[in-house]
Write a protein that binds this ligand. Structure first.
Ligand code: SF4
Ligand code: SF4
Length: 282
């Protein structure tokens, strides 16, 4: 069972759900938690982790040999990301805009472009307990897209794990799509506000488009806005559980502690959550 936990924006409780769910399920099952929020991974703050492996994430970036360049402009025209500009002396590549797609090299008629590997981040793997494995992707500062880091992180999905939980990046863009690709289920974490509802709509569009079954977890459900409940009924996307606005939960989170450890009544709630997910995936 491979589950991605996502939300349309940061601060809705996505990490709270991913970490608490992973830890609780690991009491009975082999679980792997992967942090794909590669710009700002923070799930590691909730656990003592023994890291045992690290590898770089590299992509190939073009380097132009201007002595071979005939200034035909084919590479500049072919680059979809505006990462190249031609000038009288040849072609210049804007490294921060380049996605390493390789198209410029393919179209160059004089073989003036070669590709060199460039590190854009790293992957770290480790163990939290015997039954809870951990992995995180970290994107280097200044890089614009975490897609490649997430793709490489997902190559380390542990096929022996009974449940894999991916903490997705916030938002609705390409890194979120990458964190959902090939997954069995999506948990959409939201909060009961008009903004929360708007983000939830967009997140649901993505998972529907990708054909991934999903359900909602409402964080701070008791603030008074009933739009999420109505949306759930209209779309037939069930609400798996409702986490209240609770000072104890908030203060445990701010101390980097898992609330399920101090509030054991949540064991039953999250176990029920997983059972409901399993039923809807079958
Ligand atoms: S590798 Fe792709 S993104 Fe980078 S400069 Fe070449 S065409 Fe543009
Ligand atoms: S395609 Fe090759 S020859 Fe043409 S402008 Fe680009 S680098 Fe120069």
């Amino acid at each position: 069972m491979k589950i991605t936990v996502l939300s349309g924006k940061g601060g809705t409780g996505k990490t709270t759900v991913a970490t608490n769910l992973a830890w609780l399920l690991s009491k009975h099952l082999k679980v792997q938690l992967l942090d794909a929020d590669v710009e700002e991974p923070d799930t590691h703050l909730f656990f003592p982790i023994h890291f045992s492996y690290e590898e770089p994430v590299e992509i190939l970036k073009p380097v132009v040999n201007n002595s071979k360049c005939i200034n035909c402009g084919k590479c500049v025209n072919a680059c979809q990301f505006g990462a190249m500009i031609s000038f009288s002396g040849g072609v210049y590549v804007f490294d921060s805009l380049c996605k390493g797609c390789g198209v410029c090299k393919m179209v160059c008629p004089t073989d003036a472009i070669k590709e060199l590997p460039k590190a854009i981040g790293k992957i770290k793997l480790g163990d939290i307990t015997d039954s809870l494995k951990y992995g995180m992707g970290i994107m280097n500062l200044g890089e614009l897209s975490g897609v490649e880091v997430i793709r490489q992180l997902k190559k380390h999905i542990d096929e022996d794990a009974e449940v894999v939980i991916i903490d997705a990046p916030p938002g609705n863009s390409c890194p979120v799509v990458e964190s959902l690709r090939g997954m069995d289920f999506a948990i959409l974490v939201t909060e009961p506000t008009p903004f929360g509802l708007s983000d939830l709509r967009m997140a649901l569009e993505i998972v529907k488009e990708m054909g991934i079954p999903s359900a909602i977890i409402v964080n701070r459900y008791d603030v008074g806005f009933d739009g999420i409940e109505k949306f759930s009924k209209q779309t037939d996307i069930p609400i798996l559980c409702r986490i209240p606005f609770n000072k104890k939960i908030a203060s445990l989170y701010s101390e980097g502690r898992l609330f399920v450890k101090d509030l054991p009544e949540w064991s039953a709630v999250f176990n029920d959550t997983l059972n409901r997910i399993m039923v809807s995936v079958k």
